[in-house]
Write a protein that binds this ligand. Structure first.
Ligand SMILES: [Fe+2]
Ligand SMILES: [Fe+2]
Length: 180
């Protein structure tokens, strides 16, 4: 962390691993919108993706400001490919499939950031980092709510299965990014 936190503190090592997952996730989030923009010609979807991609870029810059390059995931190319596919595949199906996917992703990200914020809540030494995570989480909640509102079609069996897969993939990705 680019902060003068005591490195003997157990929170320091835990948080470094968590920030690595956040950095991997925000990298993947930008790639999701790249995938959507590569495949969708729907004006509504493209407007949504363009706007949210900018927010995800800001999130990535926030995390980069507190996590040095040496601590970032070695699997960043994999997170970019996985993110791109996560956006591109539903974009080939329908706009509602795209929005359902974003709902699934952001629901996961909400609980991911929440557990980090909860653990930091009684650690004033890390309040600056907690503030950054809270700002990111608030944006993700807005992305999720907007995606819910924009779904015209209720998800069919295929889209529900796909969203389950996206959630499962997110769990596996976080577990990996904590380590590598
Ligand atoms: Fe984000
Ligand atoms: Fe987001």
């Amino acid at each position: 962390m680019r902060t003068n936190k005591p490195k003997t503190d157990g929170t320091y090592n835990w948080l470094q691993r968590e920030l690595r997952t956040d950095h991997a996730g925000e990298t993947g989030a930008i790639a999701i919108y790249d995938g959507i923009l590569a495949m969708s010609s729907c004006k509504k979807v493209r407007g949504f993706a363009t706007k949210h991609r900018e927010t995800e870029k800001r999130h990535l810059q926030h995390i980069e400001s507190i996590l040095p390059a040496s601590q970032r995931s070695l699997l960043l190319p994999l997170w970019r490919i996985a993110g791109f596919c996560t956006g591109a595949i539903p974009a080939l199906i329908s706009s509602s499939a795209v929005f359902a996917t974003i709902e699934a992703v952001e629901s996961f990200v909400d609980s991911h950031y929440s557990q980090q914020i909860d653990r930091l809540s009684d650690k004033p030494l890390y309040s600056d980092i907690s503030d950054i995570l809270q700002e990111c989480r608030q944006d993700e909640l807005e992305h999720r709510d907007e995606a819910v509102k924009l779904q015209v079609l209720a998800p069919d069996v295929f889209v529900r299965g796909w969203c389950w897969l996206v959630g499962f993939g997110s769990v596996i990705s976080v577990a990996l990014a904590r380590r590598v």
